[in-house]
Design a protein around this ligand. Structure first.
Ligand SMILES: Nc1ncnc2c1ncn2[C@@H]1O[C@H](COP(=O)(O)OP(=O)(O)OP(=O)(O)O)[C@@H](O)[C@H]1O
Ligand SMILES: [Mg+2]
Length: 251
């Protein structure tokens, strides 16, 4: 057996991320209330809901940027809700925040090397990891010496995603990666996510306003409303059934 377990190797049929009775607020009344959600290994979950439903708050709580008032978060059965953000990354939890943050003053290659620092201390291994990302995201390979600020929106989103993937996370949290991108680029992005999940067993929690795109690659659709889960359904059902769509997604 290989001893390099990477982010991909995992017990079959296990739970990647467990959220238990999670309550989160910013001072006033809770924005997330008693939320419980189990995400199996290798699943892609579309996190849906109107503006202000609590999607970003949930992702930021999972990644450690927001502290919950109550409840637990477990990654592979290990409590992580009190663990520091950077330690959660080391444990295999990566977030691509809203707004596709890349370092504008660094080149594509430098941005990726920065991401690889989480995983490899060895320079040659880092270079290998960067090359792996170039294989996966061809447009980035062509732009490797371009600075972050010179990239298009789609290229920036790809770079943000590649920088998260280079740490070989077990669980990837994505906040509206399709925002502001052309439909063709969104489709490319979704395909990369699906293929990566299938190839590596990566688990993905994908918050999206672009419901159709998210459901096209997701296994389940979880709909939030005012910080509560109002629906948790197979993505195909939610996408195809007009009554369900109308009831939970408003279209
Ligand atoms: N930093 C903050 N301080 C206070 N309230 C906040 C903060 N961030 C979010 N909120 C409030 O929490 C609620 C949930 O917001 P959140 O950003 O999590 O929703 P969302 O589902 O991501 O919305 P969107 O689709 O617009 O991104 C909203 O009522 C919002 O006003
Ligand atoms: Mg949001």
């Amino acid at each position: 057996m290989s001893t390099d377990t990477g982010g991909a190797a995992r017990a079959a049929q296990g739970t990647a991320l467990a959220i238990e009775d999670l309550t989160v607020g910013y001072g006033g009344s809770p924005v997330i209330g008693d939320l419980t959600l189990t995400i199996p290994d290798g699943a892609i979950i579309a996190l849906l809901g109107a503006n202000g439903a609590g999607k970003t708050t949930l992702l930021r709580t999972l990644s450690g940027l927001v502290t919950p008032r109550r409840g637990r978060v477990l990654l592979d059965g290990e409590e992580i809700h009190a663990v520091r953000v950077e330690d959660r990354v080391r444990l295999g939890l990566a977030q691509v925040p809203e707004g596709r943050s890349v370092v504008a003053e660094l080149t594509v290659a430098e941005n990726l090397q920065l991401g690889a620092l989480w995983r490899h201390r060895d320079r040659a291994r880092r270079r290998e990891a960067v090359d792996e990302m170039y294989d996966m995201f061809e447009p980035l390979a062509r732009r490797r010496t371009s600075f972050g600020h010179q990239l298009s929106g789609g290229e920036r989103q790809m770079l943000a995603l590649a920088r998260a993937l280079i740490s070989r996370p077990r669980v990837l949290l994505l906040d509206e990666p399709s925002l502001g991108l052309a439909p063709r680029v969104v489709a490319q992005l979704m395909t990369v996510l699906r293929e990566t999940a299938e190839r590596t067993g990566l688990t993905i929690l994908l918050a999206e306003q672009n419901v159709t795109s998210a459901l096209s690659i997701a296994d389940r659709g979880v709909v939030l409303s005012l910080g509560e889960i109002v629906a948790d359904l197979p993505a195909a059902d939610l996408a195809a059934d007009p009554a369900l769509r109308h009831a939970y997604l408003g279209f």
